[in-house]
Design a protein around this ligand. Structure first.
Ligand code: PLP
Length: 412
């Protein structure tokens, strides 16, 4: 008799997005003339940078000729892309990362989800709350948690990110082995300082723990004092893995390309306490289960690092940052306490009420859809997330409509 992995039964069905869709559809059904502006989704809306398009076309032409055709490439990624990443994203910023420490993949979602396979089932896991759900669910599937009780999984250590700690969790009092951190954060938009990250690196070194640092939104950092990489922190090479993606920086959500950095000096231990380098383990996993990102897509990603590509990526992220800044300004003017929106495409808004209550008000009165914070964890109760991924025109209209409903409410 074939039996299932019963850990799947522990997973909470995410009602969040189906619930949002249901409410949006109901509203659309009874208001067919109202144009709904979606500021809830985390998907980009603008076309790929021209430099990437040109590189894609050129690579497709190469695939059309026997003489330049490419079949399977190296699972870890082509040298041309790994070199460009190491040079531009790390060495240029003083972080000692070599091309052979970079693994190209088809997404940071897969990588942040798959990485836990390398570690023992009795590892103690710390996740932020609110959280990008992939970190939690993949550990549930692997069997590292107990059941779901009162909005949380038993056995996980939740790192509360609240107004009190500026949405940057403090190191825990207890010992944990694997720590998920994400800055600039999804969903809060918060960023961490060098000093704050240095405390985590110090904790990891002291406790022989490992940090999984998700920097998928690094391209939105404009303040030079904010670290874009965990490797800007001294000592991180031994205790941290970093995830990056071209999804939000260069609009690759539908094109798919990302990478994971596993420094050769990064270590984990076996049950006898002997050290093992994590790079070899990830290399083994990657080459066993993954067959590489397509050649044209890697050429498109390489183009991000050309002079034109850099300029166009900057323009693209500036565009969304302008939207973010408008949302932040308008919601702050309305009296809301907000975080994010600077150095991040997300704005996390304290509603002073149940998340769904403000969601319904914005939808029913302004025809604007947002994401209720409660979908990201119990610390998200009472918050909503607005996303800057839309056209400036739509964001402006959405903000005007929201301001109008609040001024009408004030008159009532
Ligand atoms: N990490 C975070 C924090 C994200 O918000 C997302 C996507 O929204 C991802 C990773 C996934 O990135 P990718 O498109 O590379 O799979």
């Amino acid at each position: 008799m074939i039996k299932i992995n019963e850990n799947y039964l522990k997973l909470q069905t995410s009602y969040l997005f189906s619930d949002i869709a249901k409410r949006v559809n109901n509203f659309a059904g009874s208001n067919p003339d109202r144009e709904i502006i979606k500021l809830g989704i985390g998907d980009v809306t603008r076309a790929l940078p021209l430099a990437c398009i040109e590189a894609l076309h050129k690579a497709v032409d190469e695939m059309a000729r026997d003489s330049s055709f490419r079949g399977y490439g190296p699972e870890q990624g082509y040298e041309f892309l790994r070199e460009a990443i190491a040079e531009n994203d790390f060495q240029a910023k003083g972080a000692e990362i070599g091309a052979d420490e970079i693994f190209i993949s088809d997404g940071a979602k897969c990588d942040t989800g798959n990485i836990q396979e390398l570690f023992s089932l009795d590892s103690r896991i710390a996740v932020p709350d609110p959280v990008y759900p992939v970190y939690v669910d993949t550990n549930v599937i692997a069997g590292r948690t107990g059941s779901w009780e009162n909005g949380r999984y038993k056995g996980l250590v939740y790192l509360e990110s609240t107004e009190k700690n500026g949405y940057v969790p403090a190191v825990p009092d207890e010992q944990v082995d694997l720590i998920y951190l994400c800055f600039p954060n999804n969903p809060t938009g918060a960023t961490a300082t060098k000093e704050q990250l240095a405390k985590w690196v110090e904790y990891a070194r002291k406790n022989k723990a490992l940090i999984l640092f998700d920097a998928a939104y690094e391209a939105f950092i404009r303040d030079e004092s904010i670290p874009g990489s965990i490797y800007e922190i001294e000592g991180a090479r031994e205790v941290a893995i970093e995830f990056r993606s071209f999804s939000k920086s260069a609009g690759f959500t539908g094109t798919r390309c990302a990478y994971t950095v596993v420094p050769k000096s990064c270590v984990a231990y076996d049950s006898r306490g002997s050290k093992h380098d994590v790079h070899s383990l990830w290399n083994r996993r990657h080459t066993t289960k993954f067959n590489g990102v397509s050649y044209p897509v890697q050429r498109a990603a390489e183009a991000v690092y050309s002079d034109k590509g850099k300029e166009q990526v900057r323009e693209l992220t500036d565009y969304y940052l302008k939207n973010a800044s408008l949302i932040l300004e308008k919601m702050t003017d309305l009296g809301y306490t907000c975080v994010g929106g600077e150095n991040s495409p997300y704005i996390w808004i304290k509603t002073g009420m149940d998340s769904w209550e403000l969601f319904d008000t914005l939808l029913n009165k302004a025809a604007v859809a947002c994401t209720p914070g409660s979908g990201f964890g119990s610390c998200g109760n009472g918050y909503i997330r607005l996303s800057a991924f839309n056209s400036y025109k739509n964001v402006k209209t959405a903000m005007d409509r929201i301001a109008e409903i609040f001024s009408l409410q004030a008159e009532d």
